[in-house]
Design a protein around this ligand. Structure first.
Ligand SMILES: Cc1cc2nc3c(=O)[nH]c(=O)nc-3n(C[C@H](O)[C@H](O)[C@H](O)COP(=O)(O)OP(=O)(O)OC[C@H]3O[C@@H](n4cnc5c(N)ncnc54)[C@H](O)[C@@H]3O)c2cc1C
Length: 288
């Protein structure tokens, strides 16, 4: 299908983009990589009269570390995440997750900020952000706020972001050296969204779990933080039995929509399987 007619704007700075957002209000939409927005426009689920392209704003790009935090510009593409030596060394979970997103074409254009802002429970970065304890910088004409990933996703295609705001940066605390990690994603074929996926970060002291985070993709209207599963593991040995119990607790919070990828029962079972696999792989990668 063909989108509705729109005007295209290409601001060169954040203040200019914020000015356009203010000027056109509800008629405006921000354009990042376009790999979610343009399909929505072609299907006429989104019908903006004005598209504000963020790709010519240099401040929205780049990956740097400062004071124990990784700062990633919202317009950083999936491939730029994958190619980043800094992330490969300091935050390999993000690299592993980005490599599992769609296909090379999407990864050249799709951005971290767009993937998060879209609020699609099928997108992979939201659960990765929950597992990594990320926060998001949201700028408006009236000022800036920083919101944690935990609580940001409020429903399908719905986040805490307000009209008039731009996500400018993603902040991730640098995982402690020796943190185990894994993003375990089941998909029907290369390029597909997750049938079920689990993101895990894990710190061990000897055989005991010191800290763990577990987050799930495409298993409810938002990404899910599996808190009871995490609580069940802290301070315990990571055995087949404790991993199995955590997987059951993760499954108990799932509420997936049935679709061509499977019914709710199958997807929930796969959530348990992905959680177990992610925990086992994270354990094998964690320093003890
Ligand atoms: C065939 C196909 C397969 C895919 N498979 C996967 C997959 O397996 N996993 C996955 O995670 N994703 C997948 N995607 C989605 C893809 O990763 C998109 O690129 C991503 O969801 C949106 O990022 P974008 O940069 O393209 O944003 P756009 O499509 O340009 O924008 C998406 C939404 O976010 C808003 N937005 C964008 N940037 C900002 C910002 N900085 N501040 C505020 N709002 C903003 C836009 O206004 C729009 O509403 C797939 C897409 C396709 C076409």
């Amino acid at each position: 299908m063909i989108p509705r007619e729109f005007e295209y704007h290409a601001p060169k700075s954040i203040p200019d983009a914020l000015g356009l957002l203010k000027q056109f209000g509800d008629e405006a939409k921000l354009l990042a990589g376009g790999h979610s927005l343009l399909p929505m426009m072609k299907m006429r689920f989104a019908q903006p009269g004005h598209l504000i392209d963020l790709s010519r704003i240099p401040e929205l790009k780049g990956i740097r570390e400062s004071g124990g935090t990784l700062h990633i510009g919202a317009m950083t593409t999936e491939n730029e995440l994958i190619w980043s030596k800094l992330l490969q060394e300091k935050c390999p979970l993000l690299v592993e997750g980005a490599r599992l997103i769609s296909d090379p074409q999407v990864r050249y254009k799709g951005t971290l900020g767009g993937d998060i802002s879209h609020g699609d429970p099928g997108n992979d970065h939201p659960a990765l952000m929950l597992a990594l304890g990320a926060s998001f910088v949201l700028k408006a004409a009236s000022g800036e706020r920083v919101v944690p990933a935990d609580g940001f996703f409020v429903g399908t295609y719905d986040t805490l972001m307000k009209q008039g705001e731009i996500m400018t940066e993603i902040r991730i605390p640098v995982p402690a050296p020796g943190t185990g990690y894994c993003y375990s994603k089941l998909k029907r074929k290369v390029g597909d969204f997750a049938t079920a996926a689990a993101a895990v970060t894990l710190r061990m002291t000897g055989e005991t779990v010191r800290e763990v985070a577990i987050a799930l993709t495409n298993l409810g209207p938002t990404p899910l933080k599996a808190r009871a599963a995490e609580d069940s593991l802290r301070g315990k040995a990571l055995t087949d039995a404790s991993i199995g119990e955590a997987a059951q607790l993760a499954m108990s919070i799932c509420d997936p929509a049935a679709d061509q990828r499977g019914d709710a029962e199958y997807k929930t079972a796969m959530a348990g399987e992905m959680t177990q696999r992610a925990l086992r792989t994270a354990r094998s990668r964690a320093s003890k």
